[in-house]
Design a protein around this ligand. Structure first.
Ligand code: DX5
Ligand code: ZN
Length: 221
């Protein structure tokens, strides 16, 4: 189990990159237990962000769970770099994984939480065989690559479908959702079955990120 309660995982993608330490401090002050880190390689998605050295640096300054969302082509070969850097949760895109079973098993063998990610147009059925191997499933509610995009409403149906399947199989798998989450939709998303809501721009582009995180957590109850 990743967490006993509903969680908000602020994404540092929309934080001030010249001051990531301060962003992490605000996440902790807001009461969130998870920091979401977006790793992009310029191939799987048309953007480049951070990698293992930055994750390793953040590991030194916080006990919060570091949730690493890999939007990269070669996760099968490089996942150990993220394990070594100190990631607590590591999720890989099913669309980019040729050896999903091996990658997820490696993450679990290292004592970290394995997760699988689905793009908006990827059906839940594709992870039928992987659901037993993960601690969480990340459903994308935008096309990955950038912060601040518009929420794709069909994600609601997917959350409900996945929640039913997890319940039917009596699995301990958390549902995470990423993209376009804000103060207006977070309560409904939680009600639909989201356990961990990722929010980037809604947190860090707000006037008071600490207060926004607190409000989001409250609305998930
Ligand atoms: C998008 C990333 C998200 C991003 C979300 O590819 O995976 O984590 O930070 O940003 P918002 O919350 O602004 O949609
Ligand atoms: Zn993400």
């Amino acid at each position: 189990m990743i967490s006993k309660r509903k969680e908000v995982a602020p994404s540092l993608l929309s934080a001030d990159f010249t001051n990531l330490g301060e962003a992490v401090r605000m996440v902790a002050e807001g009461g969130a237990g998870i920091v979401h880190l977006d790793v992009m390689d310029g191939h799987f998605v048309p953007n480049l962000t951070i990698g293992p050295p930055v994750i390793r640096a953040l590991r030194q300054i916080t006990p919060l769970l570091l949730d690493v969302h890999l939007m990269i082509e070669n996760a099968d070969e490089t996942v150990h770099d993220y394990i070594d850097a100190g990631a607590d949760m590591i999720s890989v895109h099913v669309e980019a994984s040729r050896h999903l079973h091996r990658t997820l098993t490696r993450i679990a063998a290292a004592g970290r939480h394995p997760g699988v990610v689905l793009n908006p147009a990827t059906p839940i059925s594709i992870i039928d065989e992987a659901l037993d191997l993960v601690d969480f499933v990340l459903l994308m509610s935008v096309n990955p690559g950038f912060g601040g995009q518009t929420f794709i409403p069909t994600a609601f149906r997917k959350v409900e479908q996945l929640a039913r399947e997890i319940h039917r199989r009596r699995l301990d798998v958390a549902i995470q959702l990423d993209g376009g989450v804000d103060l207006d939709n977070i309560a409904a998303l939680s009600q639909a079955g989201v356990d961990i809501a990722v929010a980037g721009s809604a947190v860090f582009n707000s006037d008071d990120p600490v207060k926004t995180i607190q409000q989001m957590l409250k609305r998930m109850l």
